[in-house]
Write a protein that binds this ligand. Structure first.
Ligand code: PA5
Length: 451
């Protein structure tokens, strides 16, 4: 279960910087319309994350591949993927790492490359046993430059070091098109599909995330069951009928559109939620940042960043809305024994989780006194079911926010331009780059400003 508390956004708490409860209620028509539009996109098959979560065929394919490769041959999985094609799996790996450690038959070692820093890649490649490693290339478009260039590097090493090296490869990609799909079909490489209608940042419910998750030992059915339960709970109710995800979307929208809060801080309390905040940032930024709209997401981790960003959030510009994400149950705990140290009497016997939560509450109170809005989202605990609920809740909130902001939360036209310039600089022969070629000439006419 996910619990929400919006008290600290109200004007009865933070006075003129807050909003009335009725302001949220007044968005009811827009929220209903947002849900209708999303339902329509779902029905017409344009967006797939609502239904991929009940795709048992996909689950069976993932489990079969996981069993085939890891029942005997391999002990490590090296995943290459960018943005949405790796952040979901990195989030689940980190969030679950505490729990997975305790498992008897712990999953395989998983390494990620979500960048093309040659030194990082070399260090990783030097430290693994190629014969025992399955190399997994995840790309929905099947031709992302970072993924493909690393594929060529790995392939060259594999050719020299491993007999039948194609057995050490798996691609997770579009069902029909793109370089990786074609290469796999022509060379008998194992492939798992990503549904056409699920974009990268919504792909936490596809094989792109769930294959690595399954290999690391996660119960992926339990994860999908969490998403499905959340989906059915919210979609079968009115937007304000015990349905706080819509209130969350409305609150973020109102503080951005009416209160000029241009920054949204997902502030997670706990180390195992750090990568969740990076996943959420990408989902939020790439979905919403278009047509000159959207708050900028800036993630933070408590209590760590209380000693880093908090000063700015407390007394800097009044331009932020903070959403705290925390846990009821941390899974493990300590009691602090400070007896005999009078100045720390107040700590004696306290649970460490209690210290952390009191720090969070202290920050919430201080923000409220400084008339700064925040709300809190509490997850019962970290397990597959709860993470399934949390990720679905975030995807729905972002999709609804997209509708409220009147933009398309499912495309990413802005990231194309930089890629096109990179292609041009690397000498790709492509007539469609003529516009960029002209633009480059104009920019190159201005001399560098070097010091
Ligand atoms: O969310 C997105 O759509 C992007 O972040 C993509 O996931 C990222 O660009 C990688 O794309 P692809 O999976 O096509 O390689």
């Amino acid at each position: 279960m996910i619990e929400f508390n919006f008290k600290n956004v109200l004007n009865s708490v933070i006075e003129e910087n807050g909003i009335e409860d009725s302001a949220v209620r007044s968005l009811e028509n827009e929220l209903v319309e947002a849900r209708r539009s999303l339902n329509e996109l779902r029905r017409s098959g344009e967006i797939g994350f609502y239904d991929e979560i009940s795709n048992m065929g996909m689950v069976n394919d993932i489990k079969a591949a996981s069993e085939r490769f890891f029942s005997k041959n391999f002990n490590a999985l090296y995943v290459f993927g960018m943005g949405g094609s790796s952040l979901g799996a990195i989030f689940l790996k980190e969030a679950m790492s505490g729990m997975l450690k305790g498992q008897k038959d712990g999953g395989a070692n998983i390494i990620f490359s979500e960048n093309i820093d040659p030194s990082y890649l070399k260090n990783n490649l030097d430290s693994i046993d190629f014969k025992k490693t399955l190399f997994c290339f995840v790309s929905k478009s099947a031709d992302t430059i970072e993924v493909v260039s690393q594929f060529f590097i790995v392939k060259e090493i594999l050719e020299k070091t491993v007999e039948n090296y194609k057995e050490n490869l798996i691609f997770i990609t579009d069902k029909k098109s793109g370089f990786l799909r074609q290469y796999a079909d022509e060379n008998g490489i194992a492939v798992l599909d990503i549904a056409k209608n699920v974009g990268g940042r919504y792909s936490i419910v596809t094989a792109g995330t769930l294959f690595p998750a399954s290999v690391m030992g996660l119960d992926i059915e339990k994860f999908l069951h969490g998403s499905l339960t959340y989906r059915d709970n919210i979609l079968n109710k009115g937007v304000f009928e015990n349905n706080p995800v819509y209130t969350m979307a409305a609150v973020i929208y109102l503080f951005y559109a009416k209160k000029k809060r241009n920054i949204f801080v997902p502030f997670v309390y706990g180390d195992y939620l750090r990568e969740f905040s990076r996943w959420f940032r990408q989902l939020f930024a790439e979905s919403l940042g278009k047509d000159l709209t959207s708050p900028t997401p800036v993630p933070a981790v408590g209590a760590t960043d209380q000693h880093s960003q908090l000063q700015l959030y407390m007394q800097g510009p009044q331009d932020k809305l903070i959403g705290f994400f925390c846990l009821k149950d941390f899974g493990a705990d300590y009691s602090v024994n400070s007896s005999g140290f009078n100045e720390f009497d107040y700590l004696n016997g306290k649970k460490l989780s209690g210290v952390l939560m009191n720090e969070l509450k202290g920050v919430e109170l201080a923000l409220a006194i400084n008339k700064r809005p925040s709300f809190r989202v509490t997850l019962d605990k970290i397990d597959e079911f709860n993470l399934g609920e949390l990720s679905f809740m975030c995807m729905e909130a972002v999709a609804v926010l997209g509708m409220l902001l009147k933009i398309n939360p499912f495309d990413q036209p802005g990231v194309e331009k930089g890629k096109r310039f990179a292609y041009l600089l690397m000498g790709r022969k492509d007539d469609s780059l003529s516009k960029e070629s002209e633009e480059l000439k104009r920019l190159n006419a201005v001399p560098d400003m070097l010091y």
